[in-house]
Design a binder for this molecule. Structure first.
Ligand SMILES: C[S@@+](CC[C@H](N)C(=O)[O-])C[C@H]1O[C@@H](n2cnc3c(N)ncnc32)[C@H](O)[C@@H]1O
Length: 382
């Protein structure tokens, strides 16, 4: 099977897939052999480019991505197939081959040997090889867990524009243990708000500003709110730092109350907020303004009042660790054990506030703590 193949990256392929689904709402996505590959149809080039520019979990697209199970082929037969592939899908300009592996090596299939021989095929076809700045890159990816191999002309540079290396939470001028990792924060913003054009993003309990930094760096109009002035000052400093010393015009931090969002937002955002990213306080380090369950309910109600009809939220919730961790989404009726309150009651609160839970993912924080990442959308209005 060929067609556009999205290649996911990062620590949680299930979340990366949810993010991609949110960023390409008009596309149809079909699972492929590896949990890191997904067939994409119906996404226009500019939509794919936007996703490549802002996603946390998207590595690249492979145009005419060609996937084989190595058990069903041999390297020699595969190279013959690739010759046909290259004849059928020629490209203009200089080319290079780039190979990488996911998981363990595939016994009997040497990536360096195969990429050298692919380069040879391209050379024999008259292509100019340029390893430094090629116009097009032929990517070759092996997937250890499914013993399969994907190959195709790459869209995006495979490095992904998103890199958290330079702005890890601990490097920021204002750091607290509650600060979220940029990869998770970026993913949550995209999952909550969808494509850039849908509207602004609100982080109602911004703390050190982790979500706000990621929303603003993606070019999203965004507001971060916190009830404590120490957090407001710190998040402001972090925002300026993330934007190379200049306060961005499209993002701001304000002192306010997550339960009265309309008071803190520009008037014309009313009914237009595309996404809310919620990381409510818990534990000793991050005191809330009221009991955790009341704070969440009031915040969700307030968010619903200013949300766009297609708006969504992502809620990060500390939970007791699950017996087994998975990187796929879990059913909403799974027996999660939040640190605060009961899961079925929480689902009830979310629905009562006018939201429909969409998906739940879990990640491990440490031996005695996990995180639930819950995505919900507005209930359609009649
Ligand atoms: C867990 S922290 C958020 C951490 C944040 N995601 C980060 O990356 O730093 C929760 C924040 O909620 C704030 N908060 C508590 N009650 C609030 C309320 N009613 N309105 C706004 N902020 C509130 C706390 O001051 C705290 O900074």
């Amino acid at each position: 099977m060929e067609g556009m193949l999205a290649c996911l990256r990062g620590w949680h392929p299930g979340l990366a897939l949810a993010e991609l689904t949110a960023l390409l709402p008009d596309a149809t996505l079909h699972p492929e052999a590896s949990e890191r590959w997904v067939r994409v149809s119906g996404a226009e080039e500019h939509q794919r480019h936007e996703a490549l520019n802002i996603a946390s979990g998207l590595q690249c697209f492979l145009d005419h991505g060609h996937v084989v199970f190595t058990a069903e082929s041999t390297p020699e037969d595969w190279l013959k197939e690739m010759q046909t592939y290259l004849d059928q899908h020629p490209v203009k300009g200089s080319v290079a081959v780039r190979a990488w592996k996911q998981g363990s090596k595939l016994p009997g299939w040497s990536l360096s040997n195969l990429s050298g021989r692919l380069g040879g095929l391209l050379h024999d076809m008259g292509c100019a090889i340029d390893l430094e700045t090629p116009d097009r890159v032929l990517a070759l990816i092996s997937d250890g867990p499914t013993a399969s191999l994907a190959c195709g002309w790459m869209e995006g540079d495979g490095q992904a524009a998103f890199s958290n290396g330079e702005r890890r939470a601990g490097e920021r001028p204002f750091f607290k243990p509650v600060s979220l990792d940029p990869m998770l924060a970026r993913l949550a913003v995209n999952l909550a708000a969808g494509p850039l054009g849908r509207g602004p993003v609100v982080d109602p309990m911004t703390g050190t500003g982790g979500f706000l930094i990621e929303a603003s760096l993606s070019g999203r109009p965004s507001v971060g709110i916190d009830i404590h002035s120490e957090m407001v000052q710190g998040a402001k400093a972090n925002l300026v730092w993330a934007h190379d010393g200049e306060a961005p015009a499209h993002a701001q931090v304000v002192r306010g109350d997550a339960t009265r969002l309309a008071d803190s937002l520009p008037e014309d955002w009313n009914g237009n907020v595309a996404g809310f990213v919620l990381d409510p306080p818990y534990g000793r380090n991050s005191h809330g303004s009221m009991a955790a369950d009341r704070l969440l309910e009031s915040c969700l109600r307030s968010a619903r009042e200013v949300a766009h009809p297609q708006g969504g939220f992502v809620l990060i919730l500390p939970i007791h660790p699950l017996r087994e961790h998975t990187t796929s989404s879990l059913p909403l009726d799974h027996d999660f054990a939040p640190l605060n309150g009961e899961w079925p009651a929480l689902l009830g609160v979310i629905e009562r506030c006018g939201w429909t839970p969409q998906s739940a993912h879990v990640e491990r924080v440490h031996r005695s703590l996990s995180r639930l990442i819950l995505h919900a959308r507005c209930v359609p209005q009649d």
